[in-house]
Write a protein that binds this ligand. Structure first.
Ligand code: FES
Length: 170
């Protein structure tokens, strides 16, 4: 699909847009690096999410408009990628691997420790808005499971008693 750069500029003049100039400029710059509009769509979502923490319905609509694709198509892309959040999340994202090797290595105990300390279940954010807990499929460190990631930081070979110390860093 051909990228319609004219749409990017047009939205700048739309006072109802939820996107700011900085976001539109960043999306415009990404267009130079990709041939496929679907790839740009993911980057555009990430740009806006980086600024705001999550993608609201209005943000999604305005990004779709800027890229010249339908909101439905962008919604499909947004929901396919687990890195894109369509609801508000905490300041820090904790992902625990619930795939088979980490299961064998005891991820359930790690999950239980996280749930107990944070008093939430997967998919929820703690009462302070500090952590969101999400299950994820294989973090690529299968030989060192159980594994969690907090934002971009990976923690491997975990025991339940490690969790308190890890969370204190954030
Ligand atoms: S199975 Fe857990 S990191 Fe791969």
């Amino acid at each position: 699909m051909e990228v319609r750069q004219d749409k990017i500029n047009f939205i700048v003049n739309d006072k109802a847009s939820s996107l700011n100039q900085e976001e539109l400029d960043a999306i415009q710059r990404e267009i130079c690096h990709y041939e496929d509009v679907r790839s740009i769509a993911v980057e555009a979502l990430k740009i806006v999410q980086k600024n705001r923490g999550w993608i609201s319905d209005k943000n999604l609509e305005d990004i779709a408009f800027a890229l010249g694709i339908s909101s439905c198509e962008l919604e499909e892309i947004a929901t396919f990628y687990s890195q894109i959040f369509r609801k508000p999340v905490g300041q820090n994202i904790i992902r625990f691997c619930d795939s088979v090797v980490c299961y064998i290595n005891g991820y359930k105990k790690i999950q239980a420790a996280l749930e107990k300390i944070l008093m939430i279940i997967p998919g929820q954010t703690d009462v302070n808005g500090k952590f969101t807990l999400l299950p994820t499929c294989c973090l690529g460190k299968c030989d060192q499971g159980p594994v969690i990631m907090v934002n971009d930081d990976m923690y491997v070979s975990l025991l339940p008693e490690h969790i308190d110390c890890i969370l204190e860093k954030y």
